[in-house]
Design a protein around this ligand. Structure first.
Ligand SMILES: Cc1ncc(COP(=O)(O)O)c(C=O)c1O
Length: 477
């Protein structure tokens, strides 16, 4: 034991690599620019030098571009890694490169300790125990592991699964795959704001339902499902019917770290987490798999038996440590992040409302995450909007597949018309979004929507001439 401790000290992080307290990207400051006051190039600002050796560019804004790059407003697709996360990871990419499963030397012990600290941080964020956390490559893998793993484990007695029509593709496609293997899946519809109905859930439950998989925050419209109530409905059903309780899974890739998630209080059995949605690295995530009472599932990957045998393969210590630090920061800063994102979200919606008419907000702002604002601009094609808004990085409500532009299945599930689904944009606001960027985006949206509508014959007919477009009989050629 004393040898172990001694050797550990010898390979401890050299001081030059030890993370220093620093902020590379300044968190947003109070409003500094207005629509009329375009941000000035700030060429005089000195270049900051990061402890990691990177030379940092001073911030230069021109048009919508910041440092020659578009304003990033796509926080649901991914988030920039917090520089404090990078600081934590760097020593593991240089000096502390041990395999966390090596038992015979200090490099391994050191990496193991760092991985276990990260596990604790992820667990604390969701009020779980560290042993309930299984590291994976991201939420796609966690969702596949949980949905297929639970279905397969219980298949001799239970072959029914319930999910919703608005899940992420990785849940929907895992369910479709299971259907091809003989399972039955109920895809619950959602109401006009994207919420599932508890009554419809109750009616769909069956004695052979092994799993209910309902996402926490939707990635396209930000709606938050009532997970605690969903859990209650499932428990009541099992009690009334005298059957074993179906397990509750929630894909919380867009929720963890953004809104409070408490697996105990909310009665969640299994959950999926992604690193790159919470300012952590890409390629890492976690599955929460409750141990008491124990959730049984079949692994997808077989091998060395790491991660309780549920996910074989060497745990990638650098990115796992990054996930742990991202989780710690999210826990400590969640209230501040939420207040910041809410304020900017409110300003964005107000600013667009003041300047542009015929805009519909998709989702449910009452029960939604404010950092995801999905708007449909009537009489404007979402893709044309995106093309004209080259200086803002956004997503549209059209899933661009190889051959066609299909309207988003999530918006369709809300009952949106194809036109409105096609004209939608998703604004993703995050920890590093600034007031200046929001003002610039309001200004650019106003300019571009006005210009596109001025050129649109539909806009002219419907709004300027008051013709009801649904009464027109279009002639084909
Ligand atoms: C709700 C949801 N689930 C799952 C995923 C997949 O996450 P990952 O990129 O970690 O595989 C995403 C990311 O787009 C998501 O938004």
């Amino acid at each position: 034991m004393s040898l172990r401790l001694l050797t550990r000290r010898i390979v401890a992080t050299p001081s030059r690599l030890r993370p220093l307290a620093r902020t590379l990207v300044t968190p947003s400051q109070p409003a500094t620019a207005s629509v009329t006051e375009a941000p000035k190039a700030d060429a005089e600002a000195p270049a900051e030098s990061a402890p990691s050796g990177f030379k940092l560019q001073p911030r230069q804004s021109r048009g919508g571009f910041v440092n020659g790059r578009p304003i990033y407003l796509d926080a649901q697709a991914t988030t920039p890694m917090d520089p404090r996360v990078l600081d934590k990871m760097l020593p593991l990419l240089t000096e502390q490169y041990g395999n966390p499963h090596s038992r015979t030397h200090a490099y391994g012990w050191e990496a193991e300790e760092l991985v276990e600290n990260a596990r604790e941080e992820v667990a604390k964020l969701i009020n779980a125990g560290p042993k309930d956390i299984v590291f994976t490559s991201g939420a796609t893998e966690s969702n596949n592991l949980i949905v297929k793993g639970i279905a397969n484990f219980h298949k001799s007695k239970k072959k029914h699964i319930i999910t919703t029509q608005t899940e992420h593709k990785c849940v929907l496609d895992s369910c479709r795959f299971l259907q091809s293997q003989g399972f039955e899946v109920t895809y619950l519809p959602v109401g006009p704001t994207g919420l599932v109905s508890l009554d419809e859930l109750k009616a769909a439950l069956r004695p052979d339902t092994s799993l209910v998989s309902i996402m926490f925050v939707n990635n396209e419209i930000g709606v938050i499902q009532p997970i605690a109530e969903i859990s209650r409905v499932i428990k009541e059903y099992a009690k009334e019917q005298g059957v074993t309780k179906p397990l509750l899974h929630t894909d919380a890739a867009q929720a963890v770290g953004k809104v409070p998630v408490d697996v105990e209080a909310m009665g969640i059995d299994v959950m999926s987490i992604s690193g790159h949605k919470i300012y952590g690295p890409k390629g890492v995530g976690a599955a929460y798999v409750r141990r008491r009472p124990r959730v049984r599932l079949e692994p997808l990957i077989h091998g060395g038996g790491q991660e309780r045998g549920l996910r074989s393969g060497t745990v990638p210590a650098p990115i796992v440590v990054g996930l742990g630090e991202a989780a710690r920061l999210a826990r400590e800063e969640m209230a501040a992040d939420h207040a910041h994102v809410s304020r900017l979200s409110k300003r964005l919606v107000e600013g667009i409302n003041e300047n542009v008419g015929y805009v519909v907000r998709n989702g449910d702002p009452e029960h939604g995450y404010p950092g995801c604002v999905n708007l449909s601009f009537a009489y404007v094609e979402g893709e044309s909007l995106l093309m004209a808004l080259k200086d803002v990085a956004l997503s549209s409500g059209s899933a661009c597949t190889s051959a066609s532009l299909e309207p988003s299945y999530v918006l369709r599930a809300l009952g949106a018309s194809d036109d409105m689904a096609h004209s939608s944009l998703r604004f993703g606001i995050g920890r590093f979004t600034t007031d200046e960027e929001i003002e610039m985006v309001i200004k650019r949206i106003t300019q571009v929507v006005t210009k596109l509508r001025d050129m649109s014959p539909l806009w002219e007919m419907a709004v300027e001439e008051g013709i009801d477009l649904s009464t027109i009989e279009w002639s084909g050629h």
